[in-house]
Design a protein around this ligand. Sequence first.
Ligand code: PRP
Length: 206
Amino acid sequence: MLTIALPKGRIAEETLEIFTEIFGGEFKFESRKLILDIGEFRFLNVRNQDVPTYVEHGAADIGIVGLDVITEKELDIIKLLDMQLGKCKVSIGIKNEDELDWNKPNIKVASKMVNITKNYFAQKAVGVEVVKLYGSIELAPLVGLVDAIVDIVETGATMRENGLKVAEDIMDSSAHLIANKNSYYSKKEEILSLYEKINQVVQDRA
Ligand code: PRP
């Protein structure tokens, strides 16, 4: 039995489609159910940011989560596979009429991703004040809360529609298959067998 934490929404649906492709049958959460038991698998329907918590604590053996979240949380987990799903970038955004002034003594930046932001600016030896927000990050520079944002850019539509532009890309992200360290040793055969099947589908699609 393997317990698999999936991030609610499109990535969970696309991952379950991969399971259907591999094993047949119907891998689908019932409307409000948070657990799906099917065959040898138990799927957990959790918030994206919470997937690593379930995996790190061993409440889930494996999980699917964005590289951005893995990087932000500096997780003690095993990274198994890039699923090539949910591709996006973590980028610095500023107002269309602005330029990012690296010489400014203390740039004020809003983000959900405090560590990624701090590390990026530290690497450039630029002082940064990070304002932690939980969503609608694009609003912050528009009302003068900050000079810039660090956020996920997928299609670019949210920034565009709010008069923002990308100043710099920080990293590429996509959904990754991760494993709890203990599970990886105690259930190695099960996990590797599943990994190989998923990897096959991912490579065939590429
Ligand atoms: C993310 C991100 C941006 C948006 C970017 O938010 O924070 O706002 O998607 O996508 P786009 O480039 O295609 O417009 P999400 O919808 O994931 O919601 P969240 O605030 O809960 O993270």
